[in-house]
Every structure is written in structure tokens, then in C-alpha cells.
Design a protein around this ligand. Structure first.
Ligand code: AMP
Length: 304
């Protein structure tokens, strides 16, 4: 594996891989790797000839009062993970490499970015789509891998790729959870022991909602209320939003009769966490997709 820090070097190595007939796979990340990130790397490694992982804590997707300064970082541990996963290129640009003075262009996806996390994080998705569009342009991947943990982000990136005719297949990968259901997140490091315990209520509420849909409940407002009530007054937990929306358009729905996303965000202790379940209707019956459980957090020992 090589670690590269300049756009020119990444372009050159990806050009060389393509010239040799290889397909390039790409996994964009903000680092502090856990098993969720590793699952994306493995999917790319299994499908593509040449795999690029970017590690860039993108300042433009953080609001002024958010955790950019505190965002967890572990460059050495992350490099070891990408090496262990057989990644070809780890791209770790500096901020001024990605945002040189004078840059004036933003990619904005309308509508899908205004609700759910977009409502409480104004400008967040403009930061995401702009950096992902730039990274796609630099890497030129055939396939790019995103976790369904960030379901809204995945929907927004798919919309952007379609609307801009980007020649990349956007691949959604399963949400990876701890054995007790907590969705893996770099931000889980902010949780102390009590908050970590309290955080399990989020996935618990989504499991409860999924069961209700499987038993026949189709009323979106009732499902939303069930999630809110299940979280209830759990200590250290404050709901930011719970929404029941169309899985592709993210428009609110009244009846759960086609592919549906139940998404939530909550403040737990010092962390703002998100979680979701997608309910599909492929064979007529609702099938909740809550992701997969992992036996290990995948985090490097000692440091995390
Ligand atoms: P981040 O480093 O948090 O920006 O995440 C980079 C990628 O990893 C995104 O596509 C995320 O959706 C994905 N990811 C983060 N956590 C998980 C998880 N628990 N399961 C699956 N994918 C994840």
C-alpha cells in the first residue's frame, strides 16, 4: 500500500491502474476506522482491481458549533487497518490540498438534503456532496462504497451521481452494529460507560418499530410515535428527530406500503448519533434491514 497526499499523485496512480486494465474501487472516509469502514474496504477489495481509500476530515461538512476540532483521529492505527485490508492507495490530503484559496464551487442536491439530518445540520450535505464530487473526479472510480449507516448521505450521493451523469456505480453496504445493536460510529468514542449503555435504546427502538411493521402496522405516524415512545425518557438521551420517509426520495409518507426508511438522530451524552432501518417490500411483505452484527468493534486495541 502507498500513502499519497497530493491530488496529482492519486490521479497518476489511478490512471496507471486503469491503463493496466484495472477497475478502480473507492471508499471515502473520515478515518478512525472501525468494522463498518472495514466492511466497505472488504467489499471494494473483493470486487475491484485497485482500491483507493480516502481519509479526510472534511471541514466543510461540520457546522460552526460541531465537533470538527474534537473529531477522533488515529492516523497510524488507520494506516495499519488499510494495510491489513489490502488497500492499494490511502489518500490523506491536507485541507489546503482539497480547498485551495479561491475555490468558489459547491455541489448542492436540492430537497433530499433539507430534512432529517439536513434540518439540524444546515450546509452539512453541501459539504458532503462537494467533497465526494471532488474525490470522484480525482480517483475516477468505477464503483464507490458507502454505508447504509448514513442512509440519507447514500440517497443524496446516488441522486448527485445520477443528476451529474457521473460514471460511477454507487454501492450501498450493510449497516454494521455492535452485538448489542449499537451502530458502529467513530463518534461512539465520545460515549462514557453510562451513555454507551443508554445508546442501545436507539437500535432497540428501531427493532421494536420493525417488529410492529412486520406484524401489520402501516401507519407511519404510529411507527414514528412508537420509536419516540420507546426511546422515551432514557437517561442522557434526547431525540433530535425521528422520521418515516420514502427510502429513495426521503419524502415523508403516511402509509408504509413501499420501500421505507425509518431514521433517527439523538444526542446521547456528548455524542450526536444516527441510526436507521430500511423496510423493503420486494415480495409484497415488509422486510426490515437492520444491518449486520459484528463480534468485534474492529477498533485498534489500546488507543480506542
Ligand atoms: P465516516 O468515516 O463516518 O465518514 O464514514 C465513512 C463511510 O463508512 C461512510 O460511507 C459511512 O456510511 C460508512 N460507515 C460508517 N459507520 C458504518 C457502519 N456502522 N456500518 C456501515 N458503514 C458505516
Amino acid at each position: 500500500m502507498i500513502t499519497l497526499t497530493t491530488i496529482a499523485d492519486v490521479r497518476a496512480s489511478c490512471d496507471a491502474a486503469r491503463a493496466a486494465g484495472g477497475r478502480v474501487g473507492f471508499v471515502p472516509t473520515m478515518g478512525f476506522f472501525h468494522e463498518g469502514h472495514r466492511s466497505l474496504m472488504r467489499a471494494a477489495r473483493a470486487a475491484d482491481d485497485f482500491v483507493v481509500v480516502s481519509l479526510f476530515v472534511n471541514p466543510t461538512q461540520f457546522g460552526p458549533n460541531e465537533d470538527l476540532g474534537a473529531y477522533p483521529r488515529d492516523p497510524d492505527g488507520d494506516r495499519a487497518v488499510t494495510e491489513a485490508e489490502g488497500i492499494d492507495v490511502l489518500f490523506t490530503p491536507a485541507v489546503d490540498e482539497m480547498y485551495p484559496a479561491g475555490a468558489r464551487t459547491t455541489v448542492h442536491v436540492d430537497g433530499l438534503t433539507e430534512r432529517l439530518c439536513g434540518a439540524s445540520r444546515p450546509g452539512h450535505f453541501d459539504g458532503v456532496t462537494t467533497i465526494v464530487a471532488k474525490l470522484f473526479s480525482i480517483v475516477g472510480p468505477s464503483r464507490a462504497y458507502f454505508g447504509r449507516k448514513d442512509a440519507q448521505q447514500l440517497a443524496v450521493i446516488r441522486r448527485m451521481a445520477t443528476d451529474l451523469d457521473l460514471p460511477v456505480d454507487v454501492v450501498g453496504c450493510p449497516l454494521v452494529r455492535e452485538v448489542d445493536g449499537l451502530a458502529l460510529s467513530s463518534r461512539n468514542v465520545y460515549l462514557d460507560a453510562d451513555a454507551r449503555q443508554a445508546a442501545t435504546i436507539l437500535s432497540g427502538a428501531l427493532y421494536t418499530a420493525s417488529e410492529a411493521v412486520v406484524r401489520g402496522q402501516r401507519d407511519a405516524a404510529a411507527i414514528r410515535q412508537l420509536v419516540v415512545d420507546t426511546i422515551g425518557h432514557a437517561p442522557q438521551v434526547r431525540v433530535d428527530y425521528v422520521e418515516v420517509v420514502d427510502a429513495a426520495t426521503l419524502e415523508p409518507i403516511e402509509q408504509i406500503t413501499s420501500d421505507t426508511l425509518v431514521a433517527l438522530a439523538a444526542f446521547v451524552g456528548k455524542a450526536r448519533l444516527i441510526d436507521n432501518v430500511t423496510i423493503t417490500f420486494a415480495a409484497g411483505d415488509p422486510t426490515p434491514d437492520l444491518g449486520v452484527l459484528t463480534a468485534s468493534s474492529g477498533m485498534q486495541e489500546a488507543d480506542h
